[in-house]
Design a protein around this ligand. Structure first.
Ligand code: COA
Length: 178
């Protein structure tokens, strides 16, 4: 764990247009919408299954029982509109070297291409730097042009590491020194 990261403390980050803060149970429907909108190339465990799961109730329960984490995946709220449009934050995916988390973000399609992912990610990078992290990772499918573009814009570079999947594409491992 980085020196400034406190697992019990709630993180709230603010940018000019956005607030990044923990999810509220009432916002499970937004999470479900993100699930339904996922690209068909995304692996099945991240898509709604044949029984319709996760349901909104499943997602509500997950938010309710979420353990406090120092940052995790924060809901992105637009300050002017007051709506939640997706998430951005850090996950301990176990794929990067120990204690170097992964940046992740996902937004509702109707707000794409307005710079929100870039703005939210830069706030998370600032938080990570101030919290003592020295390096972060991000993984991205080779076909995911918008996400690759966001990562490049905020300073991530591609490493030699990649994992090819015959069905879903190749996962690229990118990194940033903070
Ligand atoms: C990736 C994602 C979060 C980007 O959100 P966003 O708010 O639209 O991102 P931004 O507006 O900050 O930047 C997007 C950049 O990609 C570019 N872009 C978007 N779609 C593109 C496309 N089809 N082809 C080429 N460039 C594209 C935009 O022009 C912009 O770059 P620019 O500023 O140089 O013009 C959003 O597309 C998403 O939620 N995707 C699904 C989930 C996902 O892939 N998450 C990441 C997993 S690694």
């Amino acid at each position: 764990m980085a020196s400034g990261a406190d697992p019990g403390r709630e993180v709230v980050l603010e940018t000019s247009r956005l607030l990044l803060r923990p999810w509220r149970v009432a916002e499970a429907a937004v999470q479900r919408e993100l699930w339904t909108e996922r690209d068909p190339r995304v692996p099945p465990h991240r898509r709604i299954d044949a029984e319709g799961r996760p349901t909104v109730a499943d997602l509500e329960e997950a938010i309710r029982t979420q353990k406090p984490s120092s940052i995790g995946l924060l809901a992105i709220e637009r300050k002017a509109e007051g709506d939640v449009i997706g998430y951005c934050g850090l996950i301990d995916s176990g794929r990067g070297p120990e204690a170097e988390p992964e940046l992740a973000f996902e937004l509702l399609r109707r707000v794409w291409r307005q710079g929100y992912a870039t703005e939210a990610s830069l706030a998370v990078l600032d938080w990570a730097r101030a919290s003592g992290y020295r390096r972060l990772w991000a993984t991205v499918w080779d076909w995911n042009t918008p996400s690759r573009r966001v990562l490049a814009k905020i300073g991530f570079t591609e490493t030699e590491r990649r994992e090819a999947d015959p069905v879903h594409g190749t996962t690229l491992f990118t990194t940033i020194e903070l």
